[in-house]
Design a protein around this ligand. Structure first.
Ligand SMILES: C[S@@+](CC[C@H](N)C(=O)[O-])C[C@H]1O[C@@H](n2cnc3c(N)ncnc32)[C@H](O)[C@@H]1O
Length: 305
């Protein structure tokens, strides 16, 4: 199994699929959500689904889908507007983003996302053709920058001590595998009161390696331009930072969450309205799919002008 989709039915219901609509799944993964969207198109030949993923393994999964209403785009979703322009799609009716990595990424130790395999290389790139690996970051970043990313993206208490220990250790030998890193950080993480400190440390590195926050900011702004009035934005978030960006966008129309003032009209309203409260997986789903535990499904409806 490549990946078990999280909150499958509620997230596809939230897209409010209409006849002849154009939808985008920006995080294809194993295609669980995309396949359900195509199923709900039923026999509508005029509907279309575009799916993005920057990962070559996801691309292979996408090649298994043989449907003229489906187009796969191997790219970072931050280039959404460019690709929609390229495909001559001026507007879309709904967009789904199921953020982060898939279980496939953790199952495939060679990709370097897991700390469970000591020999796993510290890679963590979703797109292995591009950018710095986690090992590169541990080798090159200044101490202060490492501390900041552990603090911001991992919410680790001892971020400074972690950074200091890494900078000291890397003078002796390079940190290339999960075991190399854990040996250095374990004595510090053992005292961190946070839940799953190892997982948080690896999450922090993964977010940095893949520029996840920047990509999400770009995506949310592009989606705000592309989605038609009355259309839907559906986002599954897995940690508080990404959840905050989506919440800010819906409340204020920008990812910073600042209310915009106009000298004549006063406070400008957001083009978005939240549809209900964020949905979390049921106890049963959390039991059967532990990855779903941190999920929040946010649904927004674009206002008619
Ligand atoms: C949680 S999984 C999606 C699982 C999918 N919904 C399913 O049901 O199988 C997230 C996927 O999005 C991809 N991804 C994450 N960030 C991305 C980005 N900025 N651009 C393109 N793909 C991205 C990852 O490679 C991963 O395959």
């Amino acid at each position: 199994m490549y990946h078990t989709p999280v909150l499958l039915n509620p997230s596809i219901d939230a897209l409010d699929i209409r006849p002849g609509g154009t939808y985008v799944d920006v995080t294809f993964g194993g295609g669980g959500h995309s396949r359900e969207i195509l199923r709900r198109f039923a026999d509508d030949p005029t509907a279309h689904l575009y799916a993005f993923d920057q990962d070559p393994d996801a691309e292979q999964e996408a090649q298994k889908i043989n449907d003229p209403r489906f187009t796969f785009i191997r790219s970072n979703f931050r280039w959404l507007s460019n690709f929609m322009r390229y495909h001559d799609v001026p507007q879309i009716d709904g967009l789904l983003a199921d953020l982060g990595v898939s279980s496939h990424h953790f199952d495939e130790a060679s990709r370097g996302f897991t700390f469970r395999d000591p020999e796993a290389p510290l890679d963590m790139r979703m797109n292995p053709r591009d950018g710095l690996t986690a090992a590169d970051i541990l080798r090159d970043y200044a101490e202060e920058r490492l501390a900041t990313l552990f603090h911001l993206y991992g919410e680790l208490r001892d971020s400074r001590r972690l950074a200091t220990a890494i900078v000291r250790a890397r003078v002796e030998r390079p940190l290339l595998t999960a075991a190399d890193l854990l040996e250095v950080v374990q004595p510090i993480l053992a005292h961190d009161k946070a839940k799953n400190p190892q997982a948080r440390l690896f999450q922090a590195l993964r977010i940095e390696v893949n520029h996840e926050m920047d990509a999400l900011r770009d995506l949310l702004l592009a989606a705000t331009d592309l989605i038609v009035p009355d259309g839907r934005l559906v986002v599954l978030t897995y940690h508080s930072l990404e959840d905050r960006l989506v919440k800010n966008l819906v409340r204020t129309g920008n990812v910073e969450g600042t209310l915009q003032q106009d000298p004549i009209y006063g406070t400008l309203s957001s083009p978005w309205r939240a549809v209900g409260q964020p949905i979390v997986p049921s106890e049963a789903e959390q039991q059967s799919n532990p990855r779903s535990r941190s999920a929040h499904l946010r649904i927004a409806h674009k206002q008619k002008n």
